[in-house]
Every structure is written in C-alpha cells, then in structure tokens.
Design a protein around this ligand. Structure first.
Ligand SMILES: C[S@@+](CC[C@H](N)C(=O)[O-])C[C@H]1O[C@@H](n2cnc3c(N)ncnc32)[C@H](O)[C@@H]1O
Length: 247
C-alpha cells in the first residue's frame, strides 16, 4: 500500500533538501514551522516525527535537546537523515522505517502514553490512506495533555479559489495519490483530541511557481501572512494549515 510513496521519495531523496530550501517562500514557511514547533515542544520531551523525511525538522529540534523518534516509509529519505545524524553526532534521534498508518507497532516498543508530543510537517498525512487508524494509535501513544501539531495541504487555498481553479479532493504527485483536506474535514478525523488552534500558512505568500520573484515583496507578504495566520477567515485559506491538538 505504501510502495508508491517509498519509490517516489527514494528517488527524490538526494535532492530533497536542495529542492525544498532553494525557494525563498518555502524557506520562510519552513523557518516559521521550526519556530512554531519550538514553541510547542520543550527540551527533554520525547516527540514523534511522522513522515520525518531527511530530518529537516528532526535535526534542529534534536539540537535543542528534544528527543525525537522519527518515522518514515522511505529508506532513501531515512538514509540522508542517518548521514546528518552521524555528521552532527546527534544522540537523541531514533529512526523507524514505518508508515504513519502502522505506528501502533511503536506501542510494543515504547509502551502506551510514552510520548510528550508528535508532529507531522509538510504533508505526509495527506498521503496516509489510513488516517482513522493512525488517529487511534496516536491517541494511545501520547501522554495525557500530549500535543499533536501537523501541517496539512489545504483544499481551500485562497489563491487557487481566486483563479477559479479550486483544488479537488484528490491530487497526484508523481505516482502518489494524495488527499487535499479542508480544515474541518481533517479535524473530524481527530475527534478524540481537543483542538488548541488552527493557523494558515502560505496565505498571500507567493508559492514556488508564482511569477512573483521580488524578494522584498515576498518578505512583505510573509510578514502579512504571519500577522493574519490565526485570524478568521485567513487561517482556513493558506496553501497549508497547521492544526494544534492536545490529548
Ligand atoms: C514532503 S516530505 C516531508 C518531509 C519532512 N517532514 C519535511 O518537512 O521536509 C514527505 C515525507 O513523508 C513521507 N511519507 C509520506 N506519506 C507517508 C506515510 N503514509 N507514512 C510514512 N511516511 C510517509 C515521505 O516518504 C517523505 O519522506
């Protein structure tokens, strides 16, 4: 069931960091997310990274003393993460080659209520076919009051709607089928959790393929996004949204 995801990300693993970070808008969104994760997770906590990829989030968080258990289906992506762990001599990241829908197997290893929190950044949950099973297992793995932060690719992206080309329910990236969630639809899959907040990201910030390339303007639009990220209706209208739940 996860073979397509594995193959696609294995193939793009070597160039992944460069492809993501070469674009200013993506970089700004990435820094915003790191800042947000560091506001939510603290030194010495044990936190699950779901769809960790090459460790773009895991490495900076581990360097701040947060203990990371990183999960991904792609061996290629995990291989890059392993290289970084060796390079920076990081001791507080553990890796499991696992699909997000299969994290119930972590209960046997770590036990129930063993994690202070979990996060999943830049869309791994959009390509997880078994969200209900995942939600159930995550609830078991988290300690009471444990946090879950996820950035999800949004079906209600303002820019596409203004172009009269709204995103459909499903999309394809190479061979991977993924689902665009509306914020409400996503929240419904996590009924056991309590919602802390929702934020929009990439609302007016031009996306990588945009014709807007002026860096000054991009920085101004990013500041505007930061200002309105928690405000109605903009929090529902970014290219992605961040959900922040607790158990
Ligand atoms: C777009 S990358 C994001 C990686 C990282 N979180 C980041 O911000 O750079 C998506 C990653 O999630 C992984 N992934 C996608 N769907 C997954 C699933 N259902 N289970 C586990 N990993 C998944 C992919 O292999 C890939 O490494």
């Amino acid at each position: 069931m996860y073979k397509d995801i594995e193959v696609v990300f294995d193939e793009s693993s070597e160039k992944y960091d460069y492809d993501v970070l070469k674009n200013l808008s993506r970089r700004l969104m990435y820094y915003f997310i790191i800042e947000y994760l560091l506001m939510n997770f603290k030194k010495e906590e044990i936190v699950l990274d779901l769809g960790c990829g090459t460790g773009l989030e895991a490495i900076p968080l581990a360097k701040k003393g947060i203990n990371i258990v990183a999960v991904d289906v792609s061996q290629g992506m995990l291989q890059i993460l392993k290289r970084k762990i060796e390079k920076y001599q990081i001791k507080n990241i553990k890796i499991h080659k696992l699909a997000i829908g299969e994290i119930s197997s972590l209960i046997k290893i770590y036990g129930e209520e063993s994690f202070d929190g979990a996060y999943s950044i830049f869309g791994p949950l959009n390509s997880e076919p078994n969200i209900a099973k995942f939600s159930y297992s995550l609830f078991k793995l988290l300690k009471p009051k444990g946090k879950f932060v996820a950035s999800i690719i949004n079906r209600w992206y303002i820019y596409d709607m203004l172009k009269f080309k709204p995103r459909m329910e499903f999309g394809k990236y190479k061979d991977i089928l993924f689902k665009y969630y509306t914020p409400f639809e996503f929240i419904l899959s996590f009924k056991n959790f309590r919602l802390n907040e929702i934020l929009g990201i990439g609302i007016f910030l031009p996306q990588p393929k945009s014709i807007i390339k002026n860096e000054k303007l991009i920085n101004i639009l990013f500041k505007l996004d930061k200002h309105i990220s928690k405000r109605f209706p903009f929090k529902y209208l970014g290219t992605d949204f961040i959900v922040n739940f607790y158990k």
